[in-house]
Design a protein. Structure first.
Lengths: 315, 570
């Protein structure tokens, strides 16, 4: 019996298996702000709030709903932050994921305008409520998109860390900013990923920053160098330690971001032909998938299924 | 207690204080009153008036500010009365034999003076007029003739436009102030070069500056103290991004105060300083300051009124208020106002500061993302007239019309209309630089444009004669490296080699030295142990280190300022 026949195509829907996130989407469809507000209430986890805000931003009609909510409830920080999230999402949509040189002046204009609108909303929220973690996470997005500089991104991450220590999304955002493609350097990015992992409590997702770092390194290399890179013993060892201290740690209770974290470890193991290790992560992922990091290999659904099935068959 | 008296028709104020006698004669005249083409004339008068006081043993000085010119000294009763008499006699008959010498001294003084926050903001907030004139060099000085200078003194340095303050154990008898009669001069009306606020502009490196205009009140002063406290906390204590993070409040002479905030930053920290600065302003505007923190800063402010020499200390400002026709209040009244301020009033001041704010961000940065509009770098429209293409390909087009001149480069425009021309610098080689009342500059450089003699004569005759500044001959400009054409308004064609290659090398050397020395000084200060903290010798060494660093920083600033000459402001 072939494992490929047992496993369905991976489900990439971020709400899959997470009913509280499905409720966000439902509330958005109802076009009722109070329903959205109520749907956010049970999500206490800061990582979960970031994912929920993203799901809402992507929901059809969300912008109008949030514009009305901000107008009707000007003092409600959630409405302002979610509208900012919507602006950020629409800004990046307009910019597209293309390399900066391929983005047209008109696309840049929309991008900047959206991010400016988001940033102004977020400045107000953090001014009133410096403890509002979700706003600081979004301010890392705006800082990167608006090229506000590395030291400013670090400042924002520090402010986030004061109110939500070891916030994985915040760490991941800063890691992206610290990469050469966003103005940083491999050394800065690496030491941030390593230090964050070492400082994080056992079982937190921080170890996945090292996996993310190695994926980004791998991506920058040519085919031959890529192969050599993922097979390097010190890379394999570092990833094994990072996985053991985070997603594979018995204390790991993460509910959000797990699929991406496991997927990143799985991809690196699979590329290194360490099918046994890859299989551990694929099993933990169950029937779910995420675009990152699989999109780097081509069609994320196809490549995830291919690597997963091969690992489960061999590992 | 401040007592009022009068000497030769000049109002005087006296406060008792132990020790030596001190006195100051204040006139309501300063840079803000000068036409741009005569910039520096007040300062020149001040220098000439002090000349006869010569090499006296007592300590005396003069200071020319935006609105007030101040002659002051400390000394014996005899010193005070002879100094005041000498200054007044000189003002009515300036020692014109000293004119050229004092002009040369002024040039040296100017080259050694770094621009402060007021100079940085003036032109951007007010334009090339009134309060904005502090941003400009003393362009008028070289061309001033004795008659014009004396006329200026006779108009502004008069009995009606003066006030005297004296502090000491007693008020000396027999003071004389033989000035010409004259009238009290009103403070110039504040102009605006900002179509909207909050606004920002990008200039300089290593600093973020903020400037806001608020009604003069105890709440405004307390807001400035709160701003200082918050900037220090966010940028120095928590972030470690800045060494200096401070704020101050100064009266503008018309019932409004200017609050200025400043934070310095090392190169790569500039972004964090800007971000943190924006957040501090936003936080104060959003939530104000809690009662306990207000009381802390209020306690500090109150010390200025409760010290035994408080009244003597505020005499110069008191005399200025007297001249400005502003309410004169006792220390008790000021204290009462200070303690009556509520957190809500400081919060309101913070909101107004944010709304009226002007932010200076380091060159290459923006602040539109934080809701600050870009301050105008150019003009809204161009004049109609004859076009002259730039010699260099891709350079701006020069348009000379009946109303004025424009530089046009794509969407970017710089226009100066003749009737709004604050000054036109005119070089014998045909170079012209027109500065509009809004601060926008258009440079007509023979090396950049082919402008025929007839066109140049048209421009010369169209500019009001009193706006023309005849500049001394200048060396030819060194060949320009092939660089992209500068924006018309932000960087007009460099008119003179004011900043040659030698200067550039010196600037680089001084910059490196200043950073190195600064690092050493900081290291020494930070590594002081408990023993050396109480050791005067260690502090002497520290003082020397700091003095050398200050000299280096001054040398850098001086050269940077010269390098900037020719840009929008100067």
């Amino acid at each position: 019996m072939l494992p490929t026949q047992q496993l369905p195509a991976p489900d990439f829907d971020p709400v899959a298996g997470l009913p509280e996130l499905a409720a966000i989407r439902q509330a958005a469809a109802s076009a009722d702000w109070r329903a959205v507000h109520a749907a956010f209430a049970p999500i206490g986890d800061e990582h979960g709030r970031v994912v929920a805000a993203r799901i809402l931003a992507e929901a059809p009609g969300a912008e109008l709903l949030l514009l009305q909510a901000v107008e009707q409830y000007p003092g409600d920080p959630l409405a302002a932050v979610l509208l900012a999230g919507c602006h950020i999402h629409l800004g990046w949509e307009a910019r597209t994921g293309a390399r900066a040189s391929k983005v047209t002046p008109a696309q840049w204009a929309v991008f900047r305008d959206r991010l400016n609108q988001a940033e102004r909303l977020l400045i107000k929220v953090t001014a009133h409520l410096p403890e509002y973690a979700l706003a600081w996470v979004m301010r890392l997005d705006t800082a990167r998109g608006l090229s506000l500089g590395l030291s400013e991104a670090r400042r924002r991450r520090r402010r986030l860390d004061q109110v939500a220590p070891h916030h994985f999304v915040g760490q991941s955002r800063l890691l992206q900013q610290l990469l050469p493609k966003w103005g940083g350097s491999w050394e800065e990015a690496y030491s941030f990923a390593r230090d964050s992992f070492q400082a994080g409590p056992p079982g937190s997702l921080s170890g996945a920053l090292l996996a993310e770092y190695h994926v980004e390194q791998w991506l920058e290399l040519n085919a031959a160098a890529r192969r050599e890179y993922v097979h390097r013993p010190q890379v394999r060892q570092e990833l094994a330690q990072a996985a053991a201290g985070s997603v594979l740690h018995p204390d790991c209770r993460a509910r959000y971001g797990l699929i991406t974290a496991h997927g990143t470890f799985a991809m690196l193991a699979s590329l290194a032909e360490d099918h046994a290790t890859a299989a551990v992560h694929f099993r933990a992922m169950g029937p779910y998938g995420s675009t990152y990091p699989w999109g780097y290999l081509g069609d994320s659904a196809e490549t995830l299924a291919e690597h997963r099935d091969r690992a489960l068959a061999k590992g | 207690m401040i007592h009022h008296f009068e000497v030769d028709g000049v109002p005087g104020v006296f406060a008792q204080r132990p020790g030596r006698l001190a006195a100051g004669l204040v006139f309501r005249v300063g840079q803000a009153d000068e036409p741009l083409a005569r910039a520096g004339i007040t300062h020149l008068v001040e220098h000439l008036a002090l000349h006869r006081s010569g090499v006296a043993d007592h300590h005396f000085n003069g200071a020319t500010g935006a609105l007030y010119t101040h002659f002051h000294l400390e000394g014996t009763e005899q010193d005070v009365s002879s100094f005041l008499l000498s200054v007044c006699q000189s003002l009515t008959a300036l020692p014109m034999e000293r004119l050229e010498t004092e002009k040369s001294i002024l040039r040296t003084e100017e080259s050694g003076r770094g621009p402060g926050p007021a100079e940085a903001f003036g032109v951007w907030r007010y334009g090339a007029q009134g309060h904005g004139l502090v941003s400009y060099p003393e362009w008028g000085v070289p061309g001033l003739d004795p008659q014009t200078v004396q006329q200026w003194a006779d108009t502004w340095f008069t009995q009606g436009n003066a006030a005297l303050w004296v502090s000491g154990e007693y008020l000396p008898a027999g003071l004389r102030l033989p000035l010409h009669p004259g009238r009290r001069m009103p403070v110039p009306a504040a102009t605006s070069a900002l179509p909207q606020t909050p606004a920002y502009f990008a200039e300089g490196q290593g600093q973020v500056l903020f400037n806001a205009v608020l009604p003069r009140s105890a709440a405004t002063s307390l807001y400035a103290l709160c701003l200082e406290r918050e900037l220090f906390r966010e940028l120095r204590q928590e972030g470690g991004h800045s060494y200096t993070a401070t704020a101050a409040c100064a009266h503008r002479g018309d019932g409004w105060s200017v609050v200025t905030g400043l934070a310095d930053a090392l190169g790569e920290q500039q972004d964090a300083v800007l971000g943190g600065f924006v957040d501090v302003l936003a936080r104060l505007a959003a939530v104000g300051i809690p009662q306990n923190e207000l009381d802390t800063v209020r306690g500090r402010a109150d010390e200025a009124y409760t010290s035994p020499e408080a009244d003597a200390g505020r005499l110069p400002g008191y005399a200025a208020d007297l001249l400005g026709g502003l309410p004169l209040r006792s220390a008790e009244e000021l204290r009462a106002e200070l303690w009556a301020v509520t957190p809500g009033e400081v919060h309101e001041a913070a909101r107004q500061a944010q709304a009226s704010g002007l932010l200076r961000v380091p060159a290459g940065r923006r602040a539109d993302w934080a809701g600050y509009a870009a301050a105008p770098l150019g003009s809204e429209s161009a004049v109609h007239g004859t076009g002259h293409s730039a010699r260099e390909e891709g350079g701006p087009e020069l348009v000379v019309g009946a109303e004025g001149v424009s530089l046009v480069c794509g969407d970017e425009l710089a226009t100066v209309r003749y009737r709004e021309c604050a000054a036109m610098l005119s070089w014998p080689d045909g170079g012209r630089r027109l500065i509009g009342a809004d601060g926008i500059t258009v440079a007509l450089e023979p090396e950049d444009f082919e402008v025929d003699a007839h066109t140049l004569a048209t421009v010369d005759s169209a500019v009001p004669p009193q706006a023309v500044v005849r500049m001394p001959p200048r060396a030819p400009r060194p060949p320009r490296p092939s660089a992209p054409a500068p924006k018309p308004a932000a960087a007009p064609a460099e008119p003179a080699p004011v900043f040659g290659r030698g200067q550039r090398v010196l600037l680089a050397v001084f910059t490196v030295l200043a950073w190195l020395w600064g690092g050493i000084t900081l290291l020494v200060l930070l590594t002081m142990d408990k023993q050396s903290v109480g050791d005067p010798a260690a502090w002497f060494v520290n003082a020397m280190l700091l003095a050398i660093e200050a000299g280096l920083v001054r040398a850098v600033l001086r050269r940077r300022r010269r390098r900037k000459a020719g840009r929008r402001a100067d």
